[in-house]
Each structure stands twice: as structure tokens, then as C-alpha cells.
Design a protein around this ligand. Structure first.
Ligand code: NI
Length: 143
């Protein structure tokens, strides 16, 4: 049975007791005050995953790269690729981690497939030591 209160809808969930106990411990450890808050975030995560699965959907995210600044030509290639995708790459932040290593964070917004392809191309470049695409949402379709 559903009961609407304001904009929220209540619903019942059945679950095995051991699973619920583990879930409660896990979400308490993350700082959730109620199961509802945790379940809402899980639902949003699922929906963000769906957004990214639709190749043409507009998504937002970040591409984080760690690379060696001495690798010949790499900085030029990274810059050229960002120019090539100037509509997708909204901003780039460069941090000199130490004498040899750079951290770059690109904020991207655009078609999911284009963002994934750019991330793959950047992360697979020789000299990029680690890279990660963080997939989030434009937020427009999330309550
Ligand atoms: Ni640097």
C-alpha cells in the first residue's frame, strides 16, 4: 500500500533480517540517519547509471588524470585533445603534485558516449599513470 505525504511516497520493503542488519550497519557507518535517505541515494545512483548507459543522454562528470610531466609530448597531446572536445570539456584544473607528477581534473558535460570515449582516450595515453572517469548527472532528472 502506498501513502503520499507531501511530495514523498511511502512504500514497504521486505528483506531478509540478516541482509537488513548488514545494510543498517553499512549505512550507519556512512553517516546516514535513516534508511530512507540511504535508499533515496541508492535509487539516484541507479538512475545516474541509466543516464550513462544511454549513449546520447546528456551527462556531467569529471575526468581525473595523473601523469608524468617529463613524458615527451604528452602535455601537448592532452591540450590538443581538450581543444578537440572544447564543447565537452568545460574546465580543466592542473595541479603540480611534485617535481615530476601532474594531476589534472577535467569537468565534462555532454553526450555520455562522447565523454566515455574521451576519458578512454586520455587514460590510455602513454605517460598517464592513472585516470578515472567519475560519472555523475546534470541533476535535472533527479529529485
Ligand atoms: Ni604540472
Amino acid at each position: 500500500m502506498r501513502r503520499s505525504r507531501g511530495k514523498l511516497t511511502r512504500f514497504g520493503v521486505s528483506m531478509e533480517a540478516p541482509l537488513l542488519e548488514r545494510f543498517d550497519r553499512a549505512i550507519r557507518g556512512k553517516g546516514y540517519r535513516t534508511r530512507s535517505e540511504a535508499i533515496r541515494d541508492i535509487a539516484r545512483n541507479y538512475l545516474v547509471g541509466e543516464e550513462w548507459a544511454g549513449d546520447e543522454r546528456e551527462v556531467a562528470g569529471t575526468i581525473t588524470l595523473v601523469y608524468g610531466q617529463h613524458v615527451h609530448g604528452l602535455a601537448d597531446v592532452l591540450t590538443a585533445m581538450q581543444h578537440e572536445h572544447h564543447r565537452l570539456v568545460l574546465s580543466a584544473t592542473h595541479i603540480h603534485l611534485d617535481r615530476d607528477n601532474c594531476l589534472e581534473v577535467l569537468v565534462v558535460r555532454g553526450a555520455a558516449l562522447e565523454a566515455k570515449r574521451l576519458a578512454d582516450r586520455l587514460i590510455s595515453l602513454k605517460g598517464v599513470k592513472h585516470g578515472r572517469l567519475t560519472m555523475t548527472s546534470t541533476g535535472r532528472e533527479l529529485a
